[in-house]
Design a protein around this ligand. Sequence first.
Ligand code: ATP
Ligand code: MG
Length: 224
Amino acid sequence: MSALVTTVGLSPTSLPELPYVGNRVVRVGIMGGTFDPIHNGHLVAAEVAMGEVGLDVVLFMPAGSPAFKQDRHVSDPEDRYAMTLLATSDNPQFLTSRFEIARPGITYTAETLGQLHEHYGDACHLYFISGADAIASILTWKDADKLASLATFVGATRPGYDLESAQRGIEESGLDFDVRYLEIPALSISSSYLRERVSQGKSVRYLTPDAVVGYIEKRGLYRS
Ligand code: ATP
Ligand code: MG
């Protein structure tokens, strides 16, 4: 079955078809973010999660209007989607979806995971990939109790990160979160860092794929 051919997610609102993996549940990583712009930290985290957790695919979902970023200018969703698509296009296991950017209003993770669960049903298990810091603050997210039941959480950490305090918070919450941690040495790369460099006329080559570097230049993004 050549399901992957139809999964690039070019259709406006649909979610990609899952790959055929035989008689078992498909393990789908969800990489949500603003991706303003996407960078090699995101891509390395997805790649490490694939290998360590044994994911079949990672679904990159640029956020429409992110809940935590109402206070700063966020680039046009179409630009963020285009950059994410460009950055993931050479990896058949990385899929990019327009699902969140096509949706009006603020993006809440619980809602998205709930809709993914509804759409794919029991054919897949969701693994939500995120920075460990973000996972430590999960308890403050909208519908934290619902979140716990919808996905396994995969937290990216820097080597030397204090896992215990993050884990303690989750345990104290009494909520049944399933969290795994991965060490990502490229974790200190951030979109803010790339935006700042571009606004100062500095190079972002090797911090994000060449196609994204070209797109930023062509569209004149982040020139402040
Ligand atoms: P900003 O600097 O604007 O906050 P960002 O680099 O944190 O951007 P986001 O789009 O906010 O990027 O992040 C999307 C997801 O990727 C979040 O879950 C975040 O924790 C995670 N993430 C961000 N940077 C890295 C990195 N270098 N390594 C692993 N995960 C990362
Ligand atoms: Mg961030």
